[in-house]
Design a binder for this molecule. Structure first.
Ligand code: GDD
Ligand code: MN
Length: 364
């Protein structure tokens, strides 16, 4: 008899656990599979733990209560994977959003080859997302999915319902997921070339609240950044800084012209517009790049950032001032002097940072 481990992360799922256990037990009774159910709870303040303990008397349920780390869905799944006694593992949500009847099919699909990742997918033929989704929620999910498409060949990389063999997983200590997208992390860093999608109908939870929020969405962006760096290395970095820089450029130009409209002299306007632009870049980098490290006080970090930007500012403004004052052509087309200043400062920044700041290899 083949045995499987079903890993279910929980946070405040007291009302759903009994129904989940019952349903899983019924479905498994119809199969040739034996199972263990691992509930990985992140110190839920409700009765989840007490209820899980009671249910453990009736079902093959093991309660795992990790501590010493922040609350996190992905990390809980990793804890479950570590503890799983069987080689075959299925991961699913506790809130009955994922169709339990599909577990045998997911497990069956694993047998169709070596090193397969089986994803329960809403976006393949036969799959469904909840009909009750608002247009906004759909758009949000669609956009999030779109951002992940270059990373993996799976049409639903956001899924929380999947099956995998433990032996095919990479060293779990090397994984660095944040937030909700553990399947994406495993597919990308596990280098799964063979991803099989089983259509599922996703139902919104009937009881309790989703723990998805803005913070989780920001975490997703950070997570994506890590995975892009992992997969595309230098290119990802280049595009990231390019995109941040380009958006700062727009702000720069906006203030440069707006200030002049209000009668500010162009040299002064150029000196001033640099600062909102550089602050914008700082804020964006804080959310995406620095966001992963322990946050230092905002004010102090900003001051440090401004201080290091002073060199860039001097070059930027220096080139602009020199060109517009000395070359008639640039005085006529001042925007070109502004762009020259930005290019000069960027080349300088880039050279200095590749030579010194980022010279050691970073772990991503
Ligand atoms: N241990 C632990 N720690 N469990 C958590 C945490 C946490 O911090 N946050 C949420 N969970 C558990 C919930 O109790 C539930 O069993 C499961 O993780 C999913 O959480 P929900 O809050 O219900 O998430 P969702 O429905 O918004 O998101 C689901 O669908 C998304 C796709 O639409 C998840 O499956 C996501 O992974 C998926 O991307
Ligand atoms: Mn849910």
């Amino acid at each position: 008899m083949t045995s499987i481990s079903i890993v279910v992360p929980t946070y405040k799922e007291a009302e759903n656990l009994a129904a989940l256990c019952k349903h899983i037990d019924e479905v498994m009774a119809e199969t040739e599979l034996s199972y263990e159910l691992l509930i990985v709870d992140d110190q839920s303040p409700d009765d989840t733990v007490a209820i899980a303990k009671t249910l453990a008397e009736q079902y093959p349920l093991r309660l795992i209560q990790p501590d010493g780390r922040e609350r996190d869905l992905s990390l809980s799944v990793l804890d479950g994977l570590r503890e799983a006694a069987s080689d075959i593992v299925v991961v699913m949500d506790a809130d009955l959003s994922h169709p339990v009847e599909k577990v045998p099919e997911l497990v069956g699909a694993l047998a169709s080859g070596d090193k397969i990742f089986v994803a329960g997918s809403r976006y393949v033929a036969g799959g469904q997302f909840d009909r009750g989704w608002s247009f906004w929620r759909f758009l949000n999910s669609w956009f999030a999915t779109l951002l992940a498409l270059p990373l993996t060949r799976c049409s639903d990389p956001m899924t929380g319902f999947f099956a995998v063999r433990k032996q095919d997983l990479p060293d779990l200590e090397k994984l660095r997921p944040i937030g909700y997208k553990i399947a994406l992390e495993l597919m990308v860093r596990g280098e799964f070339g063979n991803i099989k999608e089983v259509p599922i109908a996703f139902k919104d939870r009937a009881v309790g609240d989703s723990k998805m929020n803005l913070r989780q969405q920001l975490n997703y962006i950070r997570h994506l950044r890590r995975l892009y760096l992992y997969k595309f290395r230098g290119w990802a970095e280049f595009i990231h800084y390019g995109a941040v820089g380009a958006s700062g450029f727009i702000i720069d130009i906006f203030f440069y012209y707006a200030l002049q409209l209000f009668g500010v002299e162009h040299m002064v306007a150029r000196a001033l517009s640099f600062w909102p632009a550089v602050s914008w870049n700082w804020a964006l980098n804080r959310v995406t790049t620095f966001g992963e490290r322990v946050r230092r006080p905002r004010a102090r970090q900003w001051v440090e950032f401004v201080a290091t930007s002073l060199v860039g500012f001097s070059m930027n403004w220096g080139i602009y001032a020199l060109l517009t004052a000395k070359v008639a052509f640039f005085d006529e087309y001042r925007i070109l002097a502004l762009i020259s200043g930005i290019i000069g400062a960027s080349v300088f920044n880039f050279t200095v940072s590749t030579l010194f700041v980022y010279s050691e290899k970073r772990g991503v």
